[in-house]
Ligand binder design. Structure first.
Ligand SMILES: Cc1cc2nc3c(=O)[nH]c(=O)nc-3n(C[C@H](O)[C@H](O)[C@H](O)COP(=O)(O)OP(=O)(O)OC[C@H]3O[C@@H](n4cnc5c(N)ncnc54)[C@H](O)[C@@H]3O)c2cc1C
Length: 401
């Protein structure tokens, strides 16, 4: 079986790892990505807030050596789902099975004024550059604002606000700063009332202003105000934005999308095209756009391909489960386990923020790097710089929960 995996993010890495571990050289897998390495979404925030360095969080694909897998670093220019064929800068590839795991692209230019007057922190480059922006920030009004739905990792803007609070406190700038969080959701984590309550309490304790059910439509670079969808204006000195999300252009042009995303069978992740699957952020499967969901969907596709290779019966189907870790600041992490099943109200089990869960989250990252890249991620949180916290500030801010 020739398998073409488009995209080496959460979904593509999990899929190729599972297939290689279980089928080895018996299948011929080509994994394509335009990037030279993988970066976890949460590592973007770690770099932005100076908790680690860009080098420590980039996992080069050259380390990816797996039986049956050939990694090709190139840009995909067109996708032909009928023939399971792609055109790339490195030539044409065709296969018996194709899996689209190309994620969601970010389009900061779609929000007027964001590029000129704000800072997006969702791309790797944007988040890494955010480190210098924050370093040179002298205090003032900061808005963490979402510009459209859907957006990746719904807890990330809340985490950003909480981590920003710690960061400004450490730098002695919290008293002269105001943090506002503008989100389209009514509560921070809708499937988990307990998680939402804990986050709202943490915002209140830290004096973070919460603006629910709002979207930022544009920024006025001259007046330095954010204009919300309802017309309200909010002045800012620093705007940290979550940009508009859309499928990569090559996916939009492939004819596979309906209403902007690739529809799939929610149990098998098959698309409307025979032998073509899609997993993760590029789909409209109904789970949030987060790596844990991409990974589990990829694993279901792997189960089906393994069953097909062995001519076995039915493989397990997708259950919509995922575990999200939430940074609460003060070096504490909470965990939400959520299940999204078609036709059912999603429900989430919440574990309060703790030091233990900080270790759990680290293990989540390091175990994936071990499985996907076959090496230890020893520099998981290598301090980027040493900051001495003034003694008076060390006890400021109380711990949640
Ligand atoms: C700040 C932040 C924090 C986050 N925190 C978390 C978290 O704690 N937990 C969590 O589960 N998720 C988190 N996420 C979300 C997570 O990063 C994504 O949801 C996840 O990476 C999606 O996986 P995917 O496999 O669908 O796509 P991706 O991981 O985005 O992979 C898609 C790949 O396709 C490649 N690609 C795209 N177009 C082309 C092309 N034309 N040619 C070749 N290659 C191409 C890209 O280079 C990319 O490597 C966070 C995201 C952000 C921004």
């Amino acid at each position: 079986m020739r398998i073409l995996v488009l995209g080496a993010g959460f979904g593509g890495l999990e899929l190729t790892t599972r297939l290689s571990d279980e089928l080895g050289d018996a299948v011929d897998i080509v994994l394509i990505d335009k990037a030279d390495g993988f970066v976890f979404g949460f590592s973007k925030l770690d770099v932005m807030f100076g908790r680690t360095t860009p080098e420590a969080v980039r996992h080069p694909y050259r380390d990816l050596v797996k039986p049956g897998v050939r990694f090709v670093q190139t840009t995909i220019r067109s996708i032909g789902p009928e023939r399971r064929r792609v055109q790339t800068d490195a030539g044409e590839f065709e296969a018996d099975v194709m899996v689209v795991a190309l994620g969601a692209d970010l389009d900061p230019a779609a929000t007027p004024g964001l590029v000129e007057a704000g800072r997006e922190f969702y791309t790797v480059d944007g988040a890494f550059a955010g480190r210098d922006v924050l370093d040179s920030f002298g205090g003032g009004r900061v808005i963490v604002g979402v510009t459209s739905t859907p957006f990746k990792c719904p807890p990330a803007p809340s985490e950003t606000a909480l981590m920003l609070h710690d960061y400004l406190l450490e730098r002695g700038l919290r008293d002269s700063s105001q943090i506002s969080l503008v989100m389209p959701l009514g509560v921070p984590i809708p499937p988990s009332p307990a998680a939402s309550q804990a986050l709202l309490a943490a915002f209140a304790e830290r004096g973070i202003d919460w603006y629910p059910e709002r979207l930022v439509r544009s920024l006025d670079p001259q007046r330095r105000v954010a204009v919300l969808a309802d017309g309200e204006e909010m002045p800012f000195d620093l705007f940290l934005g979550v940009p508009v999300h859309r499928v990569p252009a090559v996916v939009a042009e492939s004819g596979m999308c309906v209403d902007g995303w690739i529809p799939v069978n929610p149990l098998t992740l098959e698309t409307a095209y025979p032998g073509v699957y899609a997993v993760g952020d590029v789909t409209s499967v109904g789970t949030p756009k987060a790596g844990v969901f991409s990974e589990r969907q990829a694993s279901v596709v792997a189960d089906q391909l393994i069953a097909r290779h062995g001519q076995a019966g039915a493989a397990p189907t997708y259950d919509g489960k995922g575990i999200c870790y939430i940074e609460f600041g003060h070096d504490r992490v909470a965990r939400v386990e959520v299940t999204f099943l078609t036709g059912q109200r999603p429900n989430g089990q919440f574990d309060e923020p703790s030091d233990l869960l900080l270790a759990d989250k680290a293990n989540f990252g390091t175990s994936r790097i071990r499985r996907w890249f076959g090496r230890d991620w020893t520099s998981y949180l290598r301090p980027a710089r040493r900051r001495t916290r003034p003694a008076a500030l060390r006890c400021a801010g109380s711990r949640p929960g």
